[in-house]
Structure formats: C-alpha cells, structure tokens
Write a protein of this length. Structure first.
Length: 241
C-alpha cells in the first residue's frame, strides 16, 4: 500500500491544515442540522396500524409514551423474496441489517432523550420478530402489512408501480427494480396530534451507520470500489469464523 510518508513535523503540519477543513465541515453540519429541525411539519391524518409484540398498535402507540419517534424502514417482504433480492423469505435485507446493527446500542440513549426508535417492515410480524431474535436486537420491530404506511412513505411499491417500472423515491421519480427500499422517517407527537417532520433515503442514511463512520477514518476507507458495491458485507452472524 503506497502512500506519502513524511516526518512527524510535516505530518503535524498537514494534519493541522486539514483540521481547518474539518472545523468548517462541522460548522456546516451544525447549520444543516438546525435547518433540518426548522423544516415545516405535516400533520399525519391517516390512521395506520401495526402488528407488534403486544398485538395491533397504532402509530401513536409506537411512541411508547415518548414524544419523538424514529422509524427505520427495513427492506423485508417475504412475498417478493427471490435470488435477486437482498432479503429472503426468513431474513431482512442484509444491508438494512447492517444499519439496524447500529440502532441497537443507541436505543437506550435515545430513549432517555425522549426518542423511541423502531424498525418497520411489510413482512409479517412473526417473521420480523424471529429475525430480530436471531440478530439479538433489543429495539422493537413492527409489521405494517395491511396498511398504507410503507407505500405512503415511499419505501414499498405497489404491483402497478413495479409494472410501470418507476416510482417516487428520495423525492424524485426513478426506475425501480425491487419492491422495497430503505429509509428513515421521523415523527413528533404533540397531544393527540402526530406530525411527520423528516424522512431521508439512499445516501442520506450514511450518517446513521456507525461502522461506515469509523471506516471513513481509516486509511483504506470503505474500500468498496467506485460504484460502492457492498460485496464484502454479510449479516453479522454470517461472516466466516
């Protein structure tokens, strides 16, 4: 692995110069974070129901008594599983599982900051719950099967959309090849009203993946090639011993 090697003095000089760029980025990130919080909200007017450990639950009940809710939209639809999908009949998408691994240790801290975090998939609850147990996750998972939730938040496609070959995702209409896509949606509860405050998709999810943030620090980076192919990635219990 060839790289420029310098004296300690020159290394500190280069690092100090780069620190100025990092500080500029941090300030810009703070500005964007505030601008994100300042975005307008939309009232959630439709009644959604989910299946969970305690049976049927409303969107309001997913907050678990807190006022803020983060939903990870997991790609898991056994009805459309095939050799071409990143999920199977019994296992959620291996890429989504990579992101959900990052959720597990954060949930307790988020809970103590008035935030509930959960994952929702269109898969039947029994299958999602079994997969959660296999992965050893503690955060709650729910099934949105039978409701419009996944479709209204543009992470699942109808048969008509699949036939048409395009759908709204990441705030634009693009070709679609799978029935499911990943995303994160944020909600606020104020009394008996619920507001949708934010959703992000695609590369917008990068900042939520702890492993990627560490890989961005090391010399080889993500080491995934120019197309970002994740051929190396496995579910955490599928890596060779």
């Amino acid at each position: 692995m060839e790289h420029n090697v310098v004296s300690h003095r020159d290394w500190v000089a280069a690092r100090t110069k780069f620190l100025a760029d990092e500080k500029e980025f941090t300030k810009e990130r703070d500005r964007l974070s505030q601008a994100r919080r300042d975005l307008p909200w939309e009232l959630v007017e439709k009644d959604y129901t989910f299946a969970g450990a305690g049976g049927k639950r409303t969107l309001a009940e997913l907050f678990d008594g807190r006022n803020q809710l983060v939903i990870y939209h997991a790609m898991f639809n056994p009805a459309t599983a095939s050799a071409q999908t990143p999920w199977t009949d019994e296992s959620a998408c291996f890429v989504c599982s990579f992101w959900m691994d990052s959720i597990d240790r954060q949930a307790v801290h988020l809970n103590h900051r008035d935030v509930t975090i959960a994952a929702v998939a269109i898969a039947p609850y029994q299958k999602f719950a079994a997969y959660r147990e296999r992965m050893g996750w503690a955060f709650p998972v729910y099934s949105s099967a039978g409701s419009d939730f996944n479709f209204d938040y543009h992470v699942s496609r109808t048969p008509e959309q699949m036939k048409d070959g395009k759908a709204d995702y990441n705030y634009r209409v693009d070709p679609v090849y799978l029935t499911e896509s990943p995303g994160v949606s944020v909600f606020l509860r104020d009394g008996d009203k619920i507001y949708h405050t934010y959703s992000t998709f695609a590369r917008g999810l990068d900042m939520l993946n702890a492993t990627y943030n560490y890989l961005d620090l090391v010399p080889k980076g993500r080491d995934e090639g120019p197309r970002g192919v994740m051929d190396w990635l496995r579910r955490h219990d599928e890596y060779p011993a």
